[in-house]
Design a protein around this ligand. Sequence first.
Ligand code: F58
Length: 833
Amino acid sequence: MSELAATQLAKDLIKKTERTELTVEALVRSFLDNLFFVQGRSPERATQNDLYMALAHSVRDRLVERWISTVRNYSAQDVRIVCYLSAEYLTGPHLANNLINLGIHDQAKEAMERLGIDLNALIDQEEDPGLGNGGLGRLASCFMDSLATLDIPAIGYGIRYEYGIFDQVIRDGWQVETTDKWLRLGNPWEIARPEDAFEVKYGGHTESHKDPMGRVRVQWIPDKAVRGVPHDTPILGYRTNTANTMRLWSAEAVESFSVEVFNTGDFVGAVADKVASENISKVLYPNDEEIQGKQLRLAQQFFFVSCSLQHMLRIHTLQQRPLTDFYRKFAIQMNDTHPAIAVAEMMRLLVDEHNLEWDTAWHITQNTFCYTNHTLLPEALEQWPLDLFGELLPRHLQIIFEINRRHLDEVRAKFPDDPERLSRMSIINEGGQRFVRMAYLAAVGSHAINGVAALHTELLKEYILRDFHDFSPEKFSNKTNGVTPRRWMVLSNPRLTNLLNAKIGPGWIHDLERLRRLETFVEDAEFRAQWHEVKQDNKKDLAAFIKERLGRTVDPESMFDVLVKRIHEYKRQHLQVLHVITLYNRIKLDPDLEVTPRTVIFGGKAAPGYHTAKLIIKLIHSVGNVVNADVDVKGRLKVVFLPDYNVTLGQRVYPAADLSEQISLAGKEASGTGNMKFAMNGALTIGTLDGANIEIREEAGEENFFLFGLTSNEVQAMKSAGYNPRSFYEKDEELQRCVDSLISGQFSSGDLNLFRPLYDSLLNRDEYMLLADYRSYIECQERVSAAYRDRDRWVRMSILNVARMGKFSSDRAIREYCADIWRTWPVKIEFNS
Ligand code: F58
């Protein structure tokens, strides 16, 4: 069929089919149709999952026409496209989000009601795709939502892990990990495209020869290959026709059976090869301490990067454009260093496979890539041992050596006679065991480098990438993170959304700065009452959920004081535990003490190999058990740990929080994004001057933010002067009592050793300076309690926080990336259904 005829046919099809209409009637018909023909079920025998699948397919049908139009528009208009490379995505469930972005939530609700089905029950049926560890993965998904909403052509590339982040269950207060089988019941949102697969090679050796022009050419003779099969998911923008693609690669054996091995009669051996290939995308690595030795992790990174670059090059060549134009058509953003091997792979593809000169290839590469850093913790910076690297990717190691040689020549030219600088800036870490420093590879191979909050970018320039900043300051900029108000307000907090819409209209949903209009209503007592009611109703919902899941009663009248995020010592969940113990001790000393009732809610996963983090989870449970059971407390203090924290649970928790705990040691949290989600939902923040907290406080006004703790400069100064946690312990009796209780057996049924590792680490090293910040934190919590007792004051502060959070929309962040880094512009999708 001619291309023209095919296009016309597709358009007619889209126009005619009722699979795409947005009315209640059409949804009912689609739903029954999909239930019957896709799920193969009659309504009377359908399970809850069948019903969910039928609705999901009905919604997907309505996405597909926008998706196809988007792709068609992009190729017809030859647009510049953002390629986001991320080893992690935390999309959250798709159904409710797509209903909102399509604008058919109410229609779907009614359609389901007509059939006697509860829409919310179907929404709850969806698995939460846990293809990420935490903030970094969730940021990638917020960015995908904003890119589509702003009509920016984009593809998000990643890995389709068969098992995502582990499910957390709690047994006797300890975290136990179970595998996340998110694909068990099928995934209606993705479309596999096996015919678009690419091969990825590993191992082997290299050989060099001279070509007829006398130039040295290197040939890589790999000894393994796998196939990367793309699975595409449409990511629809809010009330726009743009549906971009999230393309996740799944690994398969090149041949299902190795013919050679098969012919020798080793059937099982032949299948084993297939299994080994599939291992590459089998499981997401949790953010454990010891990742350096894990060759499979490097294999994963290379796998998705190589597939993605090959895909981009194919799009480019199909457009019949010269390779020298590549960087004009593609802006590739590396989400941290996990995709940094892309710099070397791009060079290999251009030089070895497309025969470009090194300098030409390097010019293209540097102008294409951009790098976002997400951490200041030196131990979290990726480094690969040279031998492990060379074994898996021998040609890439050679290329990295060549990149490094030229890079160090340039450094030498700019800073002559400075050998120490050369060794500091080398991509190869030569001290002791030799490593490839991935952050340096990313920095050298990119034209733009950014941090994710103002303080973080400054510290990046001053410490981690100081020499690189000295060398090329023009590459650096800050891009403070943001989150999508669609998922984190409209979807998760419909009550607040209705109130806001009634008061200021719905424009804030795509232009969050419009929330400022709320400031006019702060003095309106009726509005404040409505605001309070919304929060109370959300708290009642969470209380009901806690009752259902944990069998525990919590009082919605008490302050919901929440700390949810990955468990890590730098995030200092145990500082909040010290606060709980302090309150408890005070109540025990004076049972009639006037206390502001609090429900302290924790949630978060610890990396399976991170023993201290797991011990902190145990401590939370142990302290909770004692406090919750003590009659003297009279319910004024409760501790709850919500197991298996994920995006779905976040959606329940943020709207119900009164107080948001953002208590990392200053200088450690790159940005934080939970802090933004809480504030947008009307929680007040207690926090340090760390990451984006600083900017949240700037926006909200210092009088609307509970600040405590050392600044990052004070942290540095105290560390260089020789920080001694014992000096704080010795001069503060209340702190002493609190810390001592860790080894008194009080919270461990008499076991004096259980929490001794925490006790020892606090008193001897206290790397994250809990003891230094303790008193300031406790005093700040007293101010929080006093403020909460004055309901009117609290509600005013809450309204002002929401009114002033416009900056923290991921739409703002994406606009900044577009203007300063990617130089991309919106492309409106023409659409005629
Ligand atoms: C987070 N990083 C930062 N890394 O900690 C947080 O401050 C920031 O707001 C967020 O990125 C977004 O910029 C983060 O989540 C990871 O989860 C890594 C995944 C791979 C293994 C090492 C941790």
